[in-house]
Design a protein around this ligand. Structure first.
Ligand code: 8YV
Length: 306
């Protein structure tokens, strides 16, 4: 897939004149030719829109993000100029929470290893595969109890888990134990799942103190942003065995991640694809296009980031 699937590009191309920056080998030449006429940017979480880019677009009136996380879009720059930013919340929540559990179950119950055990004929030659680690009934700590964190918590209830969380403030509608920081939450749980939003306010949120406070043997899962972690401290916790296993969908340098991650057999890796189901991506695309359409029709935006 390029920046957007064809099922979004085609209907967009029918209604608007599209200029595809990512297809241009020369950004400077692209901007010299097209910048004066650009009226909206369609982007996504991994790409974003920098102030340096947007400065070049005198007619810019909208930044529509295909994704919920807008951390790569300079929202402050947009706000200062009254340019709205839209995103795609809610439609992806349940898939991202599913992926958190897929990574958790995959790494604890060794799903990839089990598949390889059968495919490689080891079942026939060696018998049963090594035993794995239980997931249900464990103590789960959720860093960031927003929409996605709550969806993870709902699933955790079904797994008979004891749920606690960290965040800026306790949630008045929930009785789960709250901790002010990941470092305070970490020693209390068997599984730590990062669901915090990205951006400057959460950069390094799960810091070295948190990774050092983790209960030895803990499983760590991240489906939010690599930037929420002190990645050097995460790697140290994996090397020391303090984190027994990890399921990671996001990293600091995507897609060229720190190669150290691929050296751990007890880490399950995924290519930032937690929202990546056909159903959800179609819903995200529709919502993004509906926002673009509302903007050009002078109607209220559906999901403007305030
Ligand atoms: C990606 C995401 O943006 O919504 C988000 O914040 O991180 C993802 O959904 C997705 O890969 C679409 O580009």
């Amino acid at each position: 897939m390029g920046v957007l699937p064809d099922w979004d590009l085609e209907p967009l191309a029918e209604r608007y004149t599209l200029r595809l920056l990512y297809e241009s080998p020369n950004e400077a030449a692209f901007l010299a030719e097209h910048a004066p006429e650009i009226r909206a940017i369609i982007t996504k979480g991994e790409i974003g829109a920098s102030a340096a880019l947007m400065e070049r677009l005198p007619k810019l009136g909208l930044v529509a993000c295909y994704g919920v996380g807008i951390d790569a879009i300079d929202k402050g720059w947009c706000a200062a100029r009254g340019i709205p930013v839209t995103n795609t919340p809610d439609v992806l929540t349940e898939d991202v929470a599913d992926k958190a559990f897929a990574l958790l179950l995959g790494v604890a119950r060794q799903v990839p290893q089990a598949d390889a055990w059968v495919r490689d004929g080891r079942w026939t030659r060696e018998g049963s595969m090594p035993l794995t680690t239980r997931v249900w009934g464990k103590r789960i700590g959720i860093v960031g109890l927003g929409r996605i964190g709550r969806a993870v918590a709902r699933r955790a209830e079904g797994f008979g888990m004891q749920i606690s969380y960290s965040g800026r403030t306790p949630k008045a509608d929930l009785s789960h134990p709250w901790y002010p920081t990941p470092a305070a939450l970490a020693p209390e749980v068997d599984i730590l799942v990062c669901c915090a939003m990205g951006g400057p306010t959460t950069q390094g949120l799960i810091d070295r103190a948190a990774f050092e406070a983790i209960k030895p043997g803990c499983i760590f899962v991240n489906v939010s942003r690599g930037s929420c972690c002190d990645e050097a401290a995460l790697l140290d916790a994996l090397r020391s065995g303090r984190i027994a296993m990890a399921g990671l969908d996001v990293f600091w340098n995507e897609p060229t991640i720190d190669p150290a991650f691929t050296g751990f057999p007890n880490v399950l890796l995924a290519p930032h694809a937690a929202s990546g189901t056909v159903e959800t991506r179609k819903a995200m695309g529709q919502l993004m296009r509906d926002n673009v359409e509302a903007h050009f029709a002078g109607k209220p935006l559906l999901t403007e980031v305030k």
